[in-house]
Design a protein around this ligand. Structure first.
Ligand code: GDG
Length: 746
């Protein structure tokens, strides 16, 4: 039976040595801890670093520890001191600041990168040691972005999922990384790629498009031999467990932070509606603790009536203390706490209760239950599960969450008080609003959020990802458009040589020739003329050029080819071999006057786009516009056109970086079918590159060889990557035909 292997930078169990025998024990916080429940539930395996930097083990102790890990189906990756320093250097000092938009803090050191690759390889090896055919591998986070590709290259039979827990930045930020291409290619080794929010997904797709040129359709990236799905799965929490922990905490007197502290924050210590505001984070510049403190200071300054009536319980959990910027953060926080307490504190009251120390799970839960307000204002945060846990722990339904709009969690909790974490006035205002908010209103808001969190919990999140991974595999199997490899083209030439009557449909732009800034300039070159001459020289061949081009252009370019049949303007005009142009049916063009101004308006608004006027259609080209702007404008234009054409008998065609408006019912498929009607060709070949050619592919009989140029989803049975390979294939057909002719001749 196939199994699931979780891969994360750290295992959920660390080696601890409390003076007796070293043993492994569960970690308190972080991503691996939050995946832990899921791991227990699915009984999967886990590959990760054991976190052991300092504990030296004897051979016997090592055997015992290995056994303990084995029992838990955990497979530790061993890292040396240098590897830990440099690898985590890349993770924490290069990627982390950059992906959280702290570009000035990102250290672009080649030695970090070197170790990142090395350690990622170690993780991939460890997975490959334990993975068997059909297994699912679920790789987590920015520490392991190269692992999916490394695994795939060694074993393509595995299903690989990748989930990113932190934001994926906009391309303008991501492009700073000298190793951006390798990272995107590494992630794309997965079959399914997940992010917390649509924005991160969008940013990733934009990097894929700009760096590798792969386009996406409906979250699907078409790679060389397979499709990759990219989607957003906002991570949930183990809602019932958090709620139960909160219930236990309230009923169990042993579960207390400390008597004195509980008394101060608990009901007994609250007089005259005293409110407790909770702030609890790892020490990290991305968490925005100094801005939060400044906002709190502003609140005290502008609302003197709340002096002595509020307490900010500020917990800062030590983290990455060797990194200079973290030390600086700590200093900054402590200066601010000192300044605020010094200025506003009294003998009976300190506005901020500050703690710089680790916080246990029980303490965290208790703090949730004791605090009237949770102030969660990171400057950037992938999701922030603590905001969700606060909601789940409020068992009486009260509590106000002030949440940064820069946290992924804000997308699912828009009912709460959302703030811009850089805006001190806004946070101060939200604090006042939160303090004054009646309990009924709190409950109303929270009930909506709590219901959502209960339904889309951690289990559902993980199930969704695993199911999606299974679905991608099915999609990959049904969507098996094969590449025209050397073997495949050899089969084509064999069939070609054996057949006595052949028809070959060839699209022009993007198929026989590359794209040009000015469509009028993409005229055929000598090589193409030569290929067509060879093809048409064989009397068994009927060559059909089937294009969106107007008949004048095709007529001018191919005046020396009376043996070719031309279909122009997507099937409006036909010129049979040796005959004149004729129209497939009479077409009205009066509609152009009303549509032209709209397209012209988009030409003006989109630099480097242009309007092409054909006899029976209007075309907006945006291939050379900025890709993102082009996509946005294309959506807008389609939207506008849809309104305009609703009463006219028109069709909007969404081609490869073109939008074309033309009379409906006219398409390449209809014109191609007419060429096939009543004939019995032994060899049928159709090659095209864009959406309009899908009509041609759709009109072909089952035995036809249909080839798409490019990697977008298609009805064609094969794909190839460029105009050059199309020309190569056509040459091969005629060349081998010549050879076989020569061989037959005595
Ligand atoms: C990444 C992203 C994203 C956290 N600190 C302590 C602690 N925790 C517990 C929480 C929660 C779990 O860990 C996750 O917390 P966060 O959401 O804050 O995330 P991180 O692991 O720091 O980081 C983040 C997350 O991944 C999940 O995708 O939300 O945006 O940066 O259960 O309660 N628990 C204890 N002490 C801590 O100091 N006991």
């Amino acid at each position: 039976m196939s199994k699931l292997i979780i891969v994360s930078s750290k295992l959920p169990f660390e080696i601890t040595d409390n003076g007796k025998e070293p043993e492994i024990s569960g970690k308190a916080g972080g991503t691996s801890a939050s995946l832990n429940a899921f791991y227990r539930h699915l009984k999967c395996c886990w590959v990760g670093w054991n976190g052991n930097e300092n504990i030296r083990l004897s051979e016997k102790q090592q055997e015992e520890i290995d056994l303990q890990y084995e029992r838990k189906k955990c497979y530790p990756v061993e890292l040396g001191e240098q590897e830990v320093n440099y690898y985590y250097g890349f993770c924490n000092r290069t990627v982390w600041p950059l992906f959280h938009y702290f570009t000035h803090l990102s250290e672009l050191k080649p030695e970090f990168w070197e170790y990142y690759q090395k350690v990622n390889r170690k993780f991939a090896f460890k997975v490959l040691e334990h993975a068997e055919k059909g297994d699912k591998i679920w790789v987590h986070d920015f520490h392991l972005m190269l692992v999916p590709r490394m695994i795939r290259e060694a074993n393509p039979d595995l299903s690989i999922g990748f989930f990113m827990h932190i934001p994926f930045p906009s391309f303008e930020i991501f492009r700073i990384l000298p190793w951006r291409r390798e990272l995107v290619e590494g992630i794309l080794g997965a079959d399914l790629i997940g992010f917390h929010s649509f924005d991160y997904e969008r940013h990733f797709m934009s990097s894929v498009r700009r760096l590798l040129g792969y386009d996406s359709v409906l979250n699907t990236v078409r790679m060389e031999e397979r499709v990759v799905k990219v989607d957003n799965f906002p991570m949930g929490i183990d809602y019932d467990r958090v709620q139960q922990e909160a219930v236990d905490c309230r009923s169990n007197p042993e579960c207390r932070i400390s008597e004195g502290f509980s008394n101060l924050l608990g009901p007994a210590g609250r007089k005259n509606g005293h409110k407790v505001i909770l702030s609890i984070d790892r020490l990290d510049y991305a968490k925005g603790i100094p801005s939060r403190l400044e906002a709190f200071e502003m609140f005290l300054k502008t609302n003197p009536r709340y002096l002595e009536k509020v307490t900010l319980a500020l917990f800062v959990v030590p983290s990455r203390e060797i990194v200079t910027e973290y030390k600086r953060q700590r200093r900054k926080i402590e200066e601010l706490v000192g300044r605020i307490n010094g200025e506003y504190g009294t003998v009976n009251w300190m506005p901020i209760l500050y703690f710089y120390r680790p916080v246990t799970r029980e303490e965290t839960i208790e703090l949730y239950t004791l605090s009237d307000i949770a102030l969660v204002t990171p400057l950037r945060d992938g999701m922030n599960l603590m905001a969700k846990e606060y909601m789940a722990a409020r068992i009486d339904g009260t509590g106000v969450l002030i949440l940064s709009e820069m946290a992924g969690a804000s997308k699912e909790m828009s009912e709460t008080l959302l703030v811009n974490p850089h805006n001190r006035e806004e946070i101060a205002g939200a604090l006042k609003k939160a303090i004054k908010m009646p309990a009924e209103e709190q409950k109303n808001i929270n009930s909506i959020i709590r219901k959502r969190l209960r339904i889309y919990n951690e289990e559902k999140w993980a199930d969704d990802i695993i199911k999606s991974l299974e679905n991608v595999k099915k999609l990959q199997e049904t969507n098996l458009t094969r590449k025209v490899s050397d073997d495949v083209s050899e089969i084509f030439t064999t069939i070609y040589n054996k057949s006595n009557s052949r028809i070959i449909f060839l699209d022009y732009d993007g198929t026989l020739t590359g794209f040009h800034n000015d469509p009028q300039k993409a005229s055929p070159n000598d090589e193409l003329y030569e290929i067509l001459r060879s093809l048409t020289a064989d009397k068994k061949n009927h060559v059909v050029i089937i294009s969106g081009r107007d008949k004048e252009t095709l007529g001018k370019w191919f005046s020396d080819f009376p043996n070719i049949t031309f279909i122009a303007e997507h099937g409006v005009w036909v010129k049979e071999q040796g005959k004149r142009w004729s129209m497939l049916e009479k077409i009205d063009r009066a509609w152009m006057e009303s549509i032209r101004p709209t397209i012209s308006f988009y030409v003006d608004r989109t630099p480097r786009s242009l309007l092409e006027e054909k006899n029976y259609s209007l075309v907006w080209h945006y291939r050379h516009a900025d890709p993102d702007l082009g996509e946005i404008r294309a959506w807008e234009l389609k939207d506008e056109l849809r309104e305009l054409v609703s009463n006219l008998n028109l069709e909007i065609m969404d081609g490869d970086k073109v939008i074309e408006v033309k009379n409906s019912g006219i398409n390449k498929g209809r014109a191609a079918a007419q060429q096939l009607a009543g004939k019995d060709y032994e060899f049928i070949l159709a090659i095209g590159d864009d959406w309009t050619d899908e009509y041609t592919f759709g009109a072909m009989p089952e035995q036809a060889i249909t080839i798409k140029v490019g990697t977008k989803p298609t009805k064609a049975r094969y794909y190839t990557d460029s105009v050059e390979t199309v020309r190569g294939l056509l040459k091969e057909l005629t060349d081998t035909a010549d050879i076989s002719k020569i061989r037959q001749e005595p």
